[in-house]
Design a protein around this ligand. Structure first.
Ligand SMILES: Nc1nc2c(ncn2[C@@H]2O[C@H](COP(=O)(O)OP(=O)(O)OP(=O)(O)O)[C@@H](O)[C@H]2O)c(=O)[nH]1
Ligand SMILES: [Mg+2]
Length: 157
């Protein structure tokens, strides 16, 4: 099997306020692991959980150490669409997503509604980032090592 056909294991992370449904949403879908993907999750019946996402986003960019923070593409997920007491409209969420360059999805872990799409998009996006950072177009692994600035040119060996 050449490198191009090797299965790739990626890891995914969902962040958001407590109780928005991160575990429920994840459990509905997979046990697989993905990398380079962050789903920002909020509860469509909680304005606070939506407002908190900007902080979660900043926190992830610092703590999550993505390879390319300036071009990291988030996926925003509004959960609990089965409930009627909605506080965050789809268009409001969509507007913020446009500002930060994220893709927006909504669904319900409880009603098992629209659970797959965000994960499939996340997997596709994660794979793209994985390829961009670790594979050349030929499919061969490319390991790069950037020296700290102060040690550059200090030794030619
Ligand atoms: N109505 C409704 N309730 C949901 C939905 N998803 C999750 N819940 C409920 O919301 C509560 C919190 O769900 P969790 O999945 O535990 O939330 P979490 O984000 O993982 O919470 P923490 O682990 O505390 O951070 C539970 O009581 C779930 O049953 C949904 O789509 N609709
Ligand atoms: Mg949980």
């Amino acid at each position: 099997m050449n490198d191009r056909n090797k299965p790739v294991t990626l890891k995914i992370i969902l962040v958001g306020n407590s109780g928005v449904g991160k575990s429920s949403f994840m459990n509905r879908f997979v046990n697989h692991r993905f990398t380079n993907i962050c789903l920002l999750v909020f509860d469509v019946t909680s304005r606070d959980s939506f407002s908190a996402l900007e902080e979660w986003r900043k926190e992830f960019l610092i703590q999550g150490e993505p390879q390319d923070p300036d071009h990291f593409s988030f996926i925003v997920l509004g959960n609990k669409t089965d409930l009627s007491d909605r506080e965050v409209s789809g268009s409001k969420a969509q507007q913020w997503c446009s500002e930060i360059g994220a893709q927006y999805f909504e669904g319900s872990a409880k009603a098992d509604l629209d659970v797959e799409k965000p994960f499939l998009t996340a997997a596709r996006s994660g794979l793209q980032q994985y390829k961009k950072h670790t594979l050349e177009n030929t499919g061969h692994f490319q390991i790069t090592c950037e020296q700290p600035r102060e040690t550059r040119n200090a030794c030619e060996c």
